[in-house]
Design a protein around this ligand. Structure first.
Ligand code: ASP
Length: 587
């Protein structure tokens, strides 16, 4: 049915008789000559039908967009002046001799080049048409090149691709589980894996030494920003390697990927302790392309009358930080109001600011609603701390530490983007030395990574004082996005029990939920560790896409539904009966 792909024809094919198969991208009637732009996955060729071949001419006249056709014809040079340099096939056209309509198409709900005029929901409902767009075809093909490249790298380094179950028990990665009722075990449920974490650790206990899998993971989260309930990880685990070895091997994998597919040299990835990332950037995934930093000023402000600053400055859980933006004195009131609303999303109650107009005049040269509350002396000390100069604006965050970090951390990125302060295209780094635990809102402890991460201390030290203990976890961050994360794991039963204890998981509960892991740790578990990369995010960054939905063939919506298949859907009463499930009416 085809001798060539439409997009592959070049001047070297001139004179050849060829057969193309594909979709009618566009039909144009040019004064008695019909032009069909014929499209397949490789691109578009222009086919011309003259009226002297009456039968095929009439057929060509009758086709409509998205008809599937087969064309036989001869490749010829385009007439002088009509070549198209922007098209791979722009030097040639095909003189159509025979046309077969393989299938008709109804008028599509949107033209491929007018996809932006329709809402995303229309596109997702007709995703099979949306996926015909050359741009999205390019992205999915690039995704396939990425996984191909990564598989090659890992296989060359002795990794084995091993599948792990989808119907399993809960794996805690901090989200809700998707549950699947069991028909054969009444009242019992499988959980879909939030990650293959425990299975990959068991594979290490079994001696496979180097494992990888391009694995589907499922997390029932409140879908913030750009997340999907099912997503793909490049999941990796190794034995007898420490964090240096694992980070080195995977950093090299990503570096080679960028060189081979994008011609970009990411260089050596710097490392930054978690505490430094939070202090300087308010984030554990700092975007280092933006040169703005948070600077602590609590010590300068704790004794002033102004409670908005003095309160958090004196609170051990508070933070008062400033963000200096060079050139920001030009920002209008309206823009500052917008930024104030923006930080409100993160819980900030306001956004204090100082414009540095004429520093040489002291406090008089500062324009701000708050300088009068600081007093000249303190205001000038703040200027000195920030190394301020004329033309700067300084924003302040004063609140609980988490609020200040989130609000100013997000503001630095927003301002950096708005003011075009991005200094380079790619900024990778490793964030290391994470705390083992963080406090939950109800005063308990939760694992910052997951409870199988090895702490950097002994079980006794951990139990004695869990606060402030570090873990052997590491995250790879690129342009402010967490690309991957992992850790050296606990391979010793006593340590695993200690961590469960700190987390408030009783022995019985640990036995019930993770007995198989605790048991495996008794039977010769080697030291091991690994990490997982988010494939969707990696493809998104490498293709410059705005959302992960653009690089997933069949994504779900923000409310975790598939508009194409209308999933999730209702099931029949018979199916429910078989599962012994009775639905409760929602009040
Ligand atoms: N299982 C972890 C996650 O999904 C990654 C890892 O620790 O390897 O985040």
């Amino acid at each position: 049915m085809r001798s060539h792909y439409c997009g592959d024809l070049r001047a070297e094919h001139i004179g050849e008789d060829i057969t193309l198969s594909g979709w009618v991208h566009r039909r144009r009637d040019h004064g008695g000559v019909i032009f069909l732009d014929l499209r397949d996955r490789e691109g578009i060729s222009q086919v011309v039908f003259d009226p002297d071949r009456e039968e095929s001419f009439n057929l060509a006249d009758s086709v409509r967009s998205e008809y599937v056709v087969e064309v036989r014809g001869t490749v010829r040079a385009r007439p002088e002046g009509t070549t198209n340099k922007d098209m791979g096939t722009g030097e040639i056209e095909v003189l159509g001799k025979e046309l077969i309509i393989l299938n008709k198409a109804e008028t599509p709900p949107f033209q491929l080049d007018e996809h932006q005029q329709v809402g995303e929901d229309v596109r997702l409902r007709h995703r099979f048409i949306d996926l015909r767009r050359p741009e999205i075809q390019r992205k999915l093909r690039f995704r396939s090149q990425i996984t191909h490249n990564i598989r090659n790298y890992l296989e060359d380094n002795g990794f084995l691709d091993i599948e792990t179950p989808i119907l399993t028990r809960a794996t805690p990665e901090g989200a809700r589980d998707y549950l699947v009722p069991s028909r054969t075990h009444e009242g019992s449920f499988f959980a879909l894996p939030q990650s293959p974490q425990l299975f990959k650790q068991l594979l290490m206990v079994s001696g496979f030494d180097r494992y990888y899998q391009i694995a589907k993971c499922f997390r029932d989260e409140d879908l913030r920003a750009d997340r999907q309930p099912e997503f793909t990880q490049i999941d990796i685990e190794t034995s007898f390697m420490d964090e240096e070895g694992i980070m080195g091997l995977t950093e090299n994998m990503i570096r080679e990927l960028f060189t081979e597919l994008l011609g970009v040299d990411l260089g050596q990835f710097p490392r930054m302790p978690y505490s430094e990332a939070m202090k300087r950037f308010g984030s554990d995934k700092p975007d280092l392309r933006i040169p703005l930093e948070l600077v602590d000023v609590a010590d300068l402000l704790q004794d002033i009358e102004f409670k908005v600053f003095a309160g958090p400055a004196k609170d051990p859980k508070g933070r008062v930080a400033a963000l200096k933006v060079p050139g920001g004195a030009e920002l209008t009131r309206k823009i500052i109001d917008d930024y104030t609303k923006f930080v409100g999303i993160y819980g900030a109650k306001g956004l204090a600011w100082i414009k540095v107009n004429e520093l040489e005049k002291g406090a008089e040269g500062l324009q701000s609603p708050i300088v009068k509350f600081l007093g000249e002396d303190v205001a000038m000390k703040v200027m000195e701390r920030l190394d301020a100069s004329n033309g700067d604006i300084i924003f302040f965050g004063a609140d609980k530490e988490t609020v200040v970090n989130e609000a100013l951390g997000a503001l630095r990125i927003k301002v950096g983007e708005d003011m075009n302060l991005i200094e380079r295209e790619w900024a990778p780094l490793w964030v290391v030395d994470f705390p083992m635990f963080e406090e939950t809102s109800n005063g308990g402890m939760t694992a910052l990574h997951h409870p199988f991460t090895a702490p950097s201390c002994s079980p006794e030290e951990l139990i004695a004082e869990p606060e402030g203990k570090l873990s052997r976890a590491y995250d790879m961050v690129l342009n402010g996005t967490e690309l991957g994360g992992g850790s050296v794991r606990i391979h010793d039963q006593a340590m695993q029990k200690a961590v469960f204890k700190v987390l408030g998981i009783s022995d019985e509960e640990a036995e019930e939920k993770f007995g198989f892991l605790l048991n495996a740790l008794k039977f010769g578990a080697p030291p091991h560790g690994g990490l997982a990369f988010g494939l969707d995010r990696l493809v998104m960054l490498m293709t410059g896409s705005a959302s992960i939905r653009e690089v997933i063939a069949f994504p779900k919506t923000q409310s975790a539904a598939c508009l194409l298949t209308d999933a999730p859907g209702e099931v029949s009463a018979a199916q429910l009966r078989e599962l012994n499930i009775k639905l409760r009416k929602t009040p």
